[in-house]
Write a protein that binds this ligand. Sequence first.
Ligand SMILES: [Mg+2]
Length: 425
Amino acid sequence: MSYSSNSCATAEGVRSIVILEPDVPFSKVLAMSIWAETSIPPCVVSSAAEAALYIQDHPEAVNIAVVGLDVDEAPLLLETLTQESIPCIAYGEDFDDESRKRLSTMSIADIVLGERSVLPGRVGHVVKRIVSNRDVDILVVDDSKSMRLALVRFLTTRCYNVFEASDGVDALGVLGKYPTIKLVITDNEMPNMDGFSLIKEIRKTHSKDDLAVIGISGKTNSLLSVKFINNGANDFLNKPFRKEELYCRVDHNVEMLDRIKLIRDLSNKDPMTRLYNRRYFFNHCDDFVEQAEAEDKTLITAMIDIDFFKKINDKYGHGVGDEVIIKVANLISEAFPEAAIVSRFGGEEFCVLSAHDAGDDLFARYDVLRRTIEATSIDVDGDSVVVTVSIGVTKEKAPIPLMIKKADELLYAAKESGRNRVSLS
Ligand SMILES: [Mg+2]
């Protein structure tokens, strides 16, 4: 197994976008569109020489180059940048056959063509996709090393992070090790485990909505695509294929998974804090309890409430109140990086269902959270807002609604005895 990514897939993310466009008014519209789509303000240059100079001066900063094909030296600049593995997006109204031929030999992430009026929107959309691709992990499975290398080259040109496996057995090992992989592109004819068997195994643990599979095959059997889909693949490609066709299928499947995730998030998460909502909590708490019991963990239910929250709203307004809720939500979330359902139950009230090892000091765990929140100030127009929370924690074994009721009573006791404290039983 091996792993490949190109220069834009750095831990720091995309740091800079350079646009080569000599038409100043048009370059401004283009820059605005890219900025709006990516939240990255691009740097605009008007000549290839200026672009080369900027990149030379900022060798560690340039992650994506957007190049207008109208500029005479554009093909030469694209050649240089792609050789340096800088992801390039070329755009224009049209180009001649000679340019087409020359561009096809380069590893350009995308070429966007269209009338001038539609180009800014289209280029902005493509730049956004290339930027977001750096967070997408893809596994390529093929026993042919040359085919794997070609797929890896095509996909890393589009900034995807790519893992490789040489057969189905190898692929299952990689998937087990890297759960962030969201797309598998697999050959069918392979030793040890073929593509059909691999997909059947994958579908035992991953649904089509969680992990997409694109089957590829060199066999000229018209029923292969049907067989792939029936075995659980999302899509199918016949070898040989054009890289544009591969890009279309990959982009389509990744975008589909993104849309499904967005819909799930909208129904399961609180839009303001990004924590799970009450519905998600009650829909998933039974599975969580079952898992905790199977692992012999101690189950904890905690209710957390921000002290004197109404006073914050009254003094600073609801905007600051929302900022406080988001800050506290982030701190609670950071306090439980492992097994837990951290949710916002409403207003300034949070509920945490967590699983702990037998020896854990549960009081200390929640008291550290309480002290962390107390020690964190939130800046508001030069003023520093400090908030505290009261926490009720129960480890009594009972059905979840009763545990919540008990944690609520303990939270009330913490409030009654002076706030900014943890009450545990
Ligand atoms: Mg094969």
